[in-house]
Design a protein around this ligand. Structure first.
Ligand code: DX5
Ligand code: ZN
Length: 221
């Protein structure tokens, strides 16, 4: 049985009370903290980086799921590993040599993920199916929280899960962008098992939002 995981995206948190809000997601059952790093080049916006990760590390027992929206992320893998990342996901489109970058993540003792933007064909992941531990399908253009889920993403999730199943690979498929209580069931049914949500968790009652997601996730295991 595949385990479903909720990864609330910290990008939508209120940073003046960040610790308190992270605890609320943990207490309501969210297993991961999704940590979005943006460099202002691969994506237009700039978010946060190493010092914030170090500060969050160990504050909760949640897994630190670091999503690098950064050009040539190989330059920073050691730094993010040293700051406590448990999973590092890089973008296929951002790397000259994605395979080498995934190797670098593994060499640091960290789980390695690879992500594609909505316009990148799913088959581009084929060379990395064995190597990566997690595959992230972006269901919005990376760069900002609060965007609408792109419906074509469902077919892309299915395609990826089929590619993995055909090869007997039981790996994590993460989906990120525009996911709420209202559409998460479809995303799970398509084959995803790691659900990122920023606005869907942090806008409004965080405990209630998290608990609502967890109930749907458990019902789909
Ligand atoms: C977007 C980020 C997402 C974002 C999701 O580039 O990678 O993780 O925070 O936010 P929502 O759930 O609001 O679309
Ligand atoms: Zn993200």
């Amino acid at each position: 049985m595949r385990k479903n995981i909720l990864a609330p995206s910290m990008l939508s948190a209120d940073f003046k009370i960040l610790g308190e809000q992270l605890k609320q997601t943990e207490e309501a059952g969210a297993q991961y903290i999704h940590f979005d790093v943006m460099d202002g080049i691969f994506v237009p916006s700039i978010s946060f980086g190493m010092p914030v990760l170090s500060s969050v590390k160990g504050f909760t027992d949640q897994v630190l799921d670091v999503h690098l929206m950064v050009t040539e992320p190989i330059r920073y893998i050691k730094d993010f590993a040293a700051c406590g990342a448990d999973i590092i996901t890089i973008h296929l489109e951002a790397c000259e040599d994605p395979g080498k970058t995934l190797d670098e993540i593994h060499a640091c003792g960290v789980r390695a993920g690879i992500s594609i933007k909505p316009g990148t064909p799913v088959e581009a992941l084929l060379p990395y199916l064995e190597q990566a531990d997690m595959f992230l399908i972006m269901s919005v253009e990376p760069g900002f929280g609060g965007q609408a889920f792109i419906p074509e993403s469902l077919g892309r999730i299915r395609e990826l899960r089929d590619m993995l199943n055909e090869r007997g690979l039981e790996k994590d498929v993460e989906v990120d962008g525009g996911i709420y209580h209202s559409n998460v069931a479809e995303v799970l049914d398509a084959g995803a098992n790691v659900i990122v949500s920023g606005s869907g968790v942090y806008k409004g009652d965080i405990r209630k939002n998290t608990a609502g997601f967890m109930e749907i996730l458990r019902n789909h295991e």
